[in-house]
Design a binder for this molecule. Sequence first.
Ligand SMILES: [Mn+2]
Length: 432
Amino acid sequence: MQIVTTHKNTDFDGLAATLAVTFLYPETTAVLPRALNPNVKAFLSIHKDLFAIKTPVDIDLNAVTRLIVVDTNQWKRLDRMEALKNRAGLEIVVYDHHDEAGTIRASKETRESIGAVTTLLVRELRHHRTPLTPIQATLLLTGIYEDTGHLTFPSTTAEDVYAAGWLLEKGADLDILSTFLKPAYSEKHKAVLFTLLQNARRTKVKGHRISIGRAPIHGHIDNLAVVVRMLLEIVNVDAAFGIFSNSDKRRCMIIGRSQSDAIDVGAILRSMGGGGHPRAASAQIKDANPEAVEQWILELIRGNQQASVQVSDLMSFPVITISPGASMEEAARMLRQKGITGVPVVSKGRVVGMISRRDFSRLRKESQLQRPVKSFMSVNPQCIEPGKSPMQAAQIMVKHDVGRLPVVEDGRLIGIVSRSDIMRYFYDLLPD
Ligand SMILES: [Mn+2]
C-alpha cells in the first residue's frame, strides 16, 4: 500500500499537496493527521466527501510499502508514523520547501526553496497533464495562496505565480478560497475599520440586528471586505454593511457581510446593481449620496421577504429505511441496489439507529451476515430538525463525523440530508 501524509496541524499547503499526490497517483491513500488547523477543518466540513481521506488510526501501517511525505521532512511532525521509521525496505518520497535539514531519510526527495510545496506538485500535475476539476484547482490554489500570503511573501517565486495562473485557468474559484483563508489585514484597513466603528449605526429591522458604517476612502484600498468582516465580528450583528465613498472618483462602494441565513446580502446588493452570495456581496454606485445609500439598504432589508434556506429544502424524501430485525445481508443488498452509503434503522416510525457501509467492517465472518441489523447499527444517531440551517447541519456532520443526518420532526422521520446535499447548496450559491 502506498500512502501520503503531511505535518500535524495541517494547513492548506499541506492538505493541498497531500491530495495533489492522490490526483497524480490515484492508488495512493491520503492519511491526514488528526490535528488540523481551523481553516482546513472548516473546508473539510463541507468538502470531505469529495476526497477519500483516512486518519492514521484507520490504516494498517504494516501494509505500507511506500510512504510519501509532503510539506515537512521531520518524523516528529507526522502523526503516528513512528512504526515506519525504521522499517526495512520501505520506500520514502519527500516533497518539501523548508530549508532546514530533515530527519526523514528519503529515497527520493524534491526539496526546493519555493513559496508553497503545492507548487511542486502542480509542476508534476502539469507535466502529467492530469485533469483537474474546478474544486480540486480551488483547493490547490488555496494551498499556494496560504503559504505565499496571496503571492506577496518574499518567499514567493515566479513558479508559484505561474502555478496560480494555471489553476485559475482550470477554474479555481477565488470566492470559495477567500471564504476559507484568513484574509490579509493592513494599516490602511485598520484606519478604515476605526472610522467605521466610530460612526456605525446599529438598528433592528424586522428583528434582525444590522450595522451600517460609512467611511470616505482616499485612493485605492484593496480588499475592503476584510474591514466589513471585522466590523461584523466586533459589533456582533446579523449583517454589517460598509459604505465607502470615494470623493475623487465620485462613486460609492458598498460591501455587505452576513452571518445569518435570514439576511441575504447577495439579494440586497443585487437589487442595487451589484452581486455576490447570501453571506458576502458588494455593489458600486455612481454619484450616490452615502446617506441615501444607507436608507436604500434599510428599505431593501425591510422588503426582503425571501425565506432563508432550511434543511427541509435540501433533504430527500421519502427516506429508504430498514427495520432493526432485518439481516445484515438485506442491508448490504439495499445499500448496493440504491447506491447509498447508509440508511436509517426505523422501528414503529422512530429512528433507532443508523447502519452504514463502515459498520460492515465490524463483521468478522460470513455467517454474521445473517445477524440482525440492530447488532451492528450505531444507536441514537445524530438527527436534525427540518428548520435548521445548512450550516448547522454541516457543523453536526463534522462534529460527529457522519455523512448524513435523518431529519426528524416531532419524533417522526420526514427526510434525510447528506453531506453532498449540503455541499451542493454551498456551491449553488456561487454565481456562474
Ligand atoms: Mn508549506
